[in-house]
Ligand binder design. Structure first.
Ligand code: UD1
Length: 433
């Protein structure tokens, strides 16, 4: 298995291009199941989760192709992928596939909408909590589906098709919002989703579905109205920039000090997190070329955060922000309200010398003068990148193992950081324990 070696202490200076959002790319790929025509997605990130999901969809009968490199194109530019689900040959998603990626459960919405049946494995537990699917089930039932749980599978049927309805999410869920919105595009009549997720990725999916002929209003607010249509058609859509990647590099620069412009992204996607960063004393400036992040020798001020659904502080930046706060001049409190067990990075950050005490859902971080490099282990996607941020500021060498987590969500991380002066290299797994 690959590892990442970091020698800390260098400031970051330069430009980091931001990729298309993984969390938008995944539902957009799944949306291709809703039409027999071609869906073209531009600015796709080159990530393990994207290629895995694309391969999973081939099982349902989806053909796909990728554009090759074009003249003058930077190899960090996004890819263009074409997906065509001319005929759905299989409405089942087996455990072997769904267990590899939780988001593949979301196919249940489009399959039910287009084929009126689906048999999709329950995703099972995952490292950051139990992550149930009750909202997907009750929401699809509200649209008229009959769903039985049999031997670890959700077996869903909607003879005659789904029918529009009003559904109030008892809890905000990004995945269930994506799934019900996709399902409702082909349901008969109007669906109203209340207490829907407002994340930019929901807006991006809605924009793509609208380009495919769907009738959707209100995405980005907590009430989404969808008037069902008989069929959707092909379209071309550009994936929204990755706000989590943006926030991660912003925190890395705040951590090491330096001056970096993040290009191909927009501050509107993560205003709350940028406000928090500015409150630490880091310079955050939105300009025509992107977002400039800079910090000189001034100390980092401690700031308390609570994770919340969008537009609040994102849970997907919690671990990175905690890494940053390990070097603040004082005590900060970080409260995680979205997922249980999302503090697994605490033990690993502590190996670098961080002082963090956990009390229930809150971590109290006491800033220290120095972190010292150590071998650490990645436990999930966001936790692993928090260790990279820690390593960039630690004295000496940090080796992060199990980096396959990083490859799920961060495109060419070593290269993007190295271009800005960091010492980060991948050590190939061969020959290593
Ligand atoms: C998505 C993101 C993930 C992010 C999360 C929260 C993708 C691919 N992943 O995950 O990176 O951390 O949003 O912003 O977009 N829940 C239920 N019942 C359900 C569904 C969810 O109780 O049926 C709970 C979850 O356990 C969690 C909360 O709702 O506590 C929010 O989860 P949700 O928004 O659904 O996360 P995902 O869509 O899985």
């Amino acid at each position: 298995m690959d590892k990442i070696r970091i020698v800390g202490g260098n400031r970051l200076e330069g430009v980091i291009p931001i990729s298309g959002a993984k969390n938008a790319a995944l539902p957009l790929i799944i949306a291709s199941l809703l039409t027999d025509e071609r869906l073209t997605l531009e600015n796709m990130p080159r990530l393990r989760d994207v290629s895995l999901l694309t391969r999973i969809l081939t099982n349902h009968g989806v053909d796909y192709s990728l554009n090759g490199k074009r003249p003058g194109e930077d190899h960090l530019a996004g890819q263009t992928i074409h997906l065509t689900a001319r005929e759905i040959v299989d409405t089942r998603a087996p455990y072997e596939l769904v267990s590899q990626m939780r988001a593949s459960f979301w196919v249940i919405g489009p399959l039910l909408a287009r084929c009126h049946e689906a048999k999709v494995s329950l995703p099972g537990g995952c490292a950051i909590g139990t992550r149930p699917v009750d909202l997907f089930i009750s929401g699809l039932q509200a649209l008229g589906a009959q769903i039985d749980i049999e031997a670890g599978y959700a077996v869903a049927k909607a003879p005659g098709g789904l029918v529009g309805a009003r559904y109030v999410f008892p809890k905000v869920s990004v995945g269930a919002t994506h799934t019900l919105m996709m399902a409702a595009t082909l349901a008969k009549g109007e669906t109203v989703l209340e207490n829907a997720a407002r994340e930019p990725e929901v807006v991006d999916l809605a924009d793509c579905l609208i380009a495919m002929g769907a009738n959707i209003e209100g995405a980005g607010t907590s009430t989404i109205r969808i008037e069902g249509v008989d069929r959707l058609h092909g379209a071309t859509h550009r994936v929204v920039p990755d706000r989590i990647e943006t926030g991660t590099y912003a925190m890395a620069v705040a951590m090491t000090g330096g001056d970096v412009t993040l290009t191909g992204t927009s501050p509107d996607l993560l205003s709350n997190a940028l406000d928090v960063l500015a409150a630490t004393g880091t310079t955050v400036e939105a300009g025509p070329d992107g977002i400039r992040i800079a910090r000189g020798s001034q100390p980092l001020r401690p700031v308390d955060v609570v994770t919340e659904p969008f537009p609040g502080f994102p849970t997907d930046l919690q671990a990175q922000f905690m890494a940053l706060m390990t070097r603040a001049s004082g005590v900060s409190r970080i409260t995680e309200t979205i997922f249980e067990n999302r503090f697994m990075h605490v033990a690993e950050l502590s190996r670098l010398g961080a002082r963090i005490a956990i009390d229930g859902r809150t971590a109290e971080v006491t800033g220290v003068d120095r972190l010292i490099g150590a071998p650490v282990m990645a436990t999930d996607l966001r936790a692993s990148v928090s260790l990279v941020i820690g390593g960039l500021a630690a004295e000496g060498e940090t080796i992060v193992s199990r980096v396959y987590h990083l490859d799920r969500g961060f495109e060419r991380l070593e290269e993007k950081l190295t271009r800005c002066g960091a010492i980060v290299e991948r050590i190939s797994g061969e020959g290593m324990r």
